[in-house]
Design a binder for this molecule. Structure first.
Ligand SMILES: *Cc1c(COP(=O)(O)O)cnc(C)c1O
Length: 352
């Protein structure tokens, strides 16, 4: 049976990427060694890091005022590493709490200084994004989660702010042309749209660093990582390599314009189907719906288990909603073909 992988993360990767990664496990770039066996300071691997950094900057349209780092600890570590590096004694972090991940960013930032929650959508169970932001005086940075993976909302236009702008783009990085230049720091765990678990990319504008007096442990200091060319210690070699393969794939497919075209097409199909079928409904405000993660429900909740059973029987992987949200979540990252969404929509239509 053909499987359709709607996993929310780690998630589907292009078949070409898996084939190339598998080959490199045995023989990396004709070195006769596995990618798992090479030294991280050899030119072979330094070239991998350099090329991945170059492609990321090219896709983002960013220049030499930004640096690209490959770090560990997941996007979750960035919830504390960002305030640790950026928030000084007199500063304040303004954070949008539009779901599970933004909420964690709030909790961690509080360990380093005052935090103002400037967009809170808990009143409507995070089914929309409150975009009326009122930043307090003295705000050092505004932090947004560009795509709320769990709740199925996404910022389609970013807020204008005179403070720094920080984006957790873990679940929608490289999904379409994006105003990356609006951001001073962007981070993303690779395992949703960019590669394998184990590496987080951080893209940071150099001039914003070094402004806090707080002592920062070397391993958590962005400046130290920059000085070391993202090779401060042993990096997650294989994960970085899989990211490079995925980045090459994105460019070869036609870059972010092509990714956006495909993702918009998939999203339009799934939301149109949900909106047309009385057995399903999507509570997310239309203007905030995510093109990466469609979150929706059965009109009759007692039929949810039967629908999930049918999905399982038909090879639809990973479509059960997040445990605190329930319902259905269909994740449609870059590598998911339109045909998988079509097959899923046909299944929904057959479930009357
Ligand atoms: C998955 C996810 C995270 C957490 O990523 P980890 O790599 O597991 O730490 C954070 N933010 C968003 C938006 C996510 O989707």
């Amino acid at each position: 049976m053909q499987l359709h992988n709607f996993n929310s993360g780690p998630s589907i990767l292009p078949k070409e990427v898996l084939d190339q990664a598998a080959a490199a496990i045995h023989n990396f770039n004709n070195t006769g060694l596995s990618i798992l066996e090479i030294g991280h300071r050899t030119t072979h691997f330094v070239d991998v890091v350099t090329e991945a950094q170059q492609i990321i900057k090219r896709l983002m349209g960013l220049g030499d005022d930004y640096e690209v780092l490959f770090l560990q600890g997941g996007a979750t570590m960035q919830f504390m590493q960002v305030p640790m590096n950026l928030l000084d004694e007199n500063g304040l972090a303004a954070i949008c709490d539009n779901g599970v991940w933004g909420n964690k960013a709030v909790k961690e930032a509080k360990l380093f200084g005052p935090v103002a929650v400037v967009s809170d959508s808990t009143d409507q169970k995070h089914t929309y994004i409150n975009k009326q932001l009122d930043l307090p005086k003295g705000t050092t940075y505004l932090h947004i989660t560009t795509n709320n993976t769990v709740e199925g909302t996404q910022w389609h236009q970013y807020p204008q702010t005179s403070s720094l702008l920080i984006g957790d783009m873990s679940s929608d990085i490289f999904c379409r042309p994006t105003a990356f230049h609006q951001f001073d720091l962007i981070y993303a765990g690779a395992q949703k749209n960019m590669g394998a678990a184990g590496v987080t990319i951080v893209v940071v504008k150099k001039e914003i660093l070094g402004k806090t007096n707080r002592p920062i442990p070397a391993i958590l200091d962005y400046k130290k990582h920059i000085e070391a060319g993202s090779l401060l210690n042993t990096p997650p070699v294989f994960s970085i390599y899989v990211s490079l393969l995925t980045l090459r794939w994105i460019e070869a497919q036609g870059g972010l314009i092509e990714m956006g075209k495909r993702n918009n097409e998939k999203a339009a199909l799934i939301y149109d189907t949900i909106d047309q079928l009385p057995a399903f409904y999507c509570p997310i405000a239309k203007e905030d719906r995510s093109i990466m993660n469609a979150v929706f429900f059965l009109t009759d909740p007692t039929r949810e288990a039967a629908f999930l059973d049918l999905c399982k029987k038909e090879g639809m992987i990973g479509v059960k909603g997040y445990r605190t949200v329930g319902g259905i979540r269909v994740s449609m990252y870059n590598a998911l073909p339109l045909s998988s969404v079509q097959t899923f929509c046909d299944l929904m239509k057959s479930f009357t």
